[in-house]
Design a protein around this ligand. Sequence first.
Ligand code: MG
Length: 264
Amino acid sequence: MKQFIVGLITLSLGISSCQTFKKMEKTDFNKNVVVAHRGAWKTHNIPENSIASLKEAIRIGCTGSEFDVHLTADDSLVICHNDDYQGMMIEKSTFAQLAAKPLSNGERIPTLREYLETGKSQNKTRLVLEIKKSIIDSNRTLILTRKCMDEVRRLNAQDLVVYISFDYAACLKVRELDKHANIQYLNGDIAPAKIKSDNLNGIDYHLSIFQKHPEWIVEAKKLKVDLNVWTVNKKEDLQSFLDLKFDFITTNEPELLFSLIASK
Ligand code: MG
């Protein structure tokens, strides 16, 4: 009996420490609209899409930090905006070839795993993960999609990640594979009602699209489709999307956007 009671106490202590651990892992995102585009890089001349730019976005308190993921020829997941990196086409190069050429701050080209591990050190800044379109074929975009999701799952970072893509099939694939994933579409050619009916979470369109389709802002708000806009850098444009009460504003000027928010 005594052993049984000791066993019960040990079990309940174990469960409660597990619960505490889970609680610590929960997200508690910064309550602002600022998404740093390719990290926060401009003010301190940090390379875009580097670990340092992600750390800076976290340090200054952005609610999100955006970055771009490609698949190398040998199936590694690397972070870079363009299809090419220092004269090499990423999809036609191996990870070792890319890694041999450092970024301007000495970092190696980051992997998705390193990005997620850095993001996992905190719970205030979302990781806005862009699944890039393959330059080879659309099937490879879907392979990239699946591999990104596998890595996110492996690192248990699902709650931190917002998936974005210009590729609608990639967005639908994310939804098919994870009914809880947060997904925003980038290409600017689909109305919020269709986004809603396909069970995606938001639209993340170029600012010119919202100027052309102001009715989509109303429609999105009515349908509770998240509103994100890229890439807003001018003071007057940042102010106008703040006034329109967007959920997220993606910018190369996160510090300027913070200063506008503070001056309200
Ligand atoms: Mg991007």
